[in-house]
Structures are given as structure tokens and as C-alpha cells.
Design a binder for this molecule. Structure first.
Ligand code: UTP
Length: 289
């Protein structure tokens, strides 16, 4: 069966980033660099690799700098041109998408991830769409979103990316109740947000990548408040399970929680260790296992 293609992605970037204060007091967490580019750029590059065309950022106050990142920097470009710094000019322009492919909508109050996604309902406009949380940096070949689009082309419906975590870690994630497993694709029978380890239905934890059917917006519309007093995406997704196909993809690759200091540091070290221009020098400081 032909499934409606995934051409849109919602990138919620309206969170407060309290775990990274004071770095995130005046700059958005999504603009923290890992090596040479901000987190938001990794997410957009991963989406483009997966064949996604329309990028929708759900922003909030103090997030305007992301709009500038995806726009011309005329003064800088002019100076680089005059100085003949062609390589730097090329890098500066590398994230310019065709006009109209990137849109911004504001979440006026940080009421939770589910509410942020709902703020994009007019822009997703009845189409199935992907979601990526830019602070989850995922290294994969191919990228995680591409792996998910491939799984979606096979199964349709809704897909969440998962990874196995230690049982005591389940209280930090959304967790699936697994059904039939085919390779790394697992039928989802239920979803619960941040369960106590003793109550967790499995150790398959959801990371920040989703493919969702537009009906999720109707459930988000109800603004049901869940774990942590926030409008949770997991709760709205759970209500799709009985009426639509729902699968987890245990993705191939490595995920770094760059919303936490240690996750961000490990992402930097891991990427630097694979970069020939840095690896040798890095080894004088750190030994990798
Ligand atoms: P987090 O749970 O990491 O929350 O959000 P946070 O506020 O960004 O960071 P901490 O926990 O205070 O350090 C997960 C994702 O959901 C988005 C965030 O931007 C991030 O991509 N989000 C969260 C919103 O867009 N709006 C919200 O109201 C909450």
C-alpha cells in the first residue's frame, strides 16, 4: 500500500533549557554548538537527508537567532567576499534553503512538548509529519529520520524511534508496551510517559524522533495535562494506538542528550574523535573505549 509521503517536519524549540543554565539564559539551547554547528542545524540536515521538504520551527521568546541562522548574513557575506574567503563564504551560506521552505510559529507559553506540536497544526495542515527534538543529537548511517521514513514506507501509521535503556532509567523517558517484533521494528501496544522503573512496561525508551498522523492534533487539542503538569505528546500518541498502525523503530546509531551537560560533552568528544583533523590531538587528552 502507498502511504502519504512525509514531506514536513516539526522542530519544537520553545523549551526553556533549564538544565543548561546559565549558558541558555540569553541563547537558545538549540544554538549550542557541537563542534562547528548548532544543534538545530544537525536536525535540519537529518531531515533533508530523509527527503523532507518543509521545515517548521515552533519557537518561543528569545529564539529569533535561529531565524537569522537560516537566513543571509549580508554584512558577513560581503566582508568574506571582499576578502576572498570563499570557503568561509560557502560554509556561511550552506544552510540557506529555498525561500518558503522554512516557517516559524510561536508557542506563546511553554506548556509542554504536546502543546508545542499542536501550535504547528495550521502548518502541517492535515498531512502526516515528522517531529525531531533538536537537543537529541543522533548519529546514524543513514540518519535516524531516514531509517524511520523507510520503516514508515513499509508500515504506514505512526513510528517512534526507540532505544534500550537500563530499567532504572525508564522514569526519564516515554516507554512502549511492545507487541510483535520484526527485526528492529516493534508493534506498539501502549505508551506511558516517565514510568517508575517498577511499573515500566519495557525498557524500550522513546527518543526525540517521531512520524505522526495528523489525527494526533485532535487529541492534542484537548490539552490534557500529564506527567510533570505538561501537555505531553506521549499521551496524545497513546490515544492513536487502537485506531492506527503504531510501531517503534529501534534505530541504528547513537543518541546524545544534548539538553544535558554530559550528553552535550559526549557528543562533542564522539564527533571530534571521528574527525581526522581533531582525532589525534584529542587522543592526547582522552582515551576512548
Ligand atoms: P525538554 O524536556 O528538554 O525541556 O524539552 P526544555 O525546557 O527544553 O529543557 P530543560 O528540561 O528545562 O532543560 C524537549 C523538547 O521539547 C521542546 C524543547 O524545546 C525540546 O526540543 N519543548 C518543550 C517545547 O518546544 N515547548 C515546551 O513547552 C516544552
Amino acid at each position: 500500500m502507498q502511504h502519504r509521503p512525509i514531506k514536513k517536519i516539526v522542530l519544537p524549540v520553545a523549551g526553556l533549557g533549564t538544565r543548561f543554565l546559565p549558558a541558555t539564559k540569553a541563547i537558545p539551547k538549540e544554538m549550542l554548538p557541537v563542534l562547528d554547528r548548532p544543534l538545530i542545524q544537525y536536525a535540519v540536515e537529518e531531515a533533508l537527508e530523509a527527503g523532507i521538504e518543509d521545515i517548521i520551527l515552533v519557537t518561543g521568546r528569545n529564539k529569533q537567532v535561529m531565524e537569522d541562522h537560516f537566513d543571509h548574513a549580508y554584512e558577513l557575506e560581503k566582508i568574506l567576499q571582499e576578502k576572498g574567503k570563499d570557503e568561509a563564504l560557502e560554509i556561511s551560506r550552506s544552510m540557506l534553503l529555498e525561500e518558503g521552505r522554512i516557517s516559524y510559529v510561536r508557542q506563546m507559553r511553554p506548556l509542554g512538548l504536546g502543546h508545542a506540536i499542536w501550535c504547528a497544526r495550521k502548518l502541517t495542515n492535515g498531512h502526516p509529519f515528522a517531529v525531531a527534538l533538536p537537543d537529541d543529537l543522533i548519529k546514524g548511517k543513514p540518519g535516524c529520520l531516514k531509517q524511520m521514513v523507510e520503516a514508515y514506507n513499509e508500515y504506514g501509521g505512526n513510528i517512534v524511534a526507540t532505544m534500550k535503556v537500563a530499567q532504572e532509567e525508564t522514569s526519564k523517558y516515554g516507554v512502549i508496551t511492545p507487541g510483535v517484533q520484526e527485526g528492529n521494528k516493534i508493534e506498539v501496544k501502549g505508551l506511558v510517559e516517565k514510568p517508575h522503573p517498577a511499573d515500566a512496561p519495557s525498557n524500550q525508551a522513546i527518543v526525540g524522533r517521531y512520524i505522526l498522523q495528523p489525527e494526533v492534533m485532535q487529541h492534542l487539542e484537548e490539552r490534557q495535562v500529564g506527567a510533570g503538569g505538561e501537555i505531553q505528546l506521549t499521551d496524545a500518541m497513546a490515544r492513536l494506538i487502537d485506531s492506527q498502525p503504531f510501531h517503534a523503530l529501534e534505530f541504528e546509531g547513537r543518541r546524545f542528550d544534548c539538553g544535558s551537560k554530559i550528553g552535550w560533552l559526549m557528543a562533542n568528544l564522539s564527533l571530534a574523535a571521528e574527525d581526522p583533523s581533531m582525532a589525534a590531538q584529542l587522543k592526547t587528552l582522552v582515551t576512548f573505549k
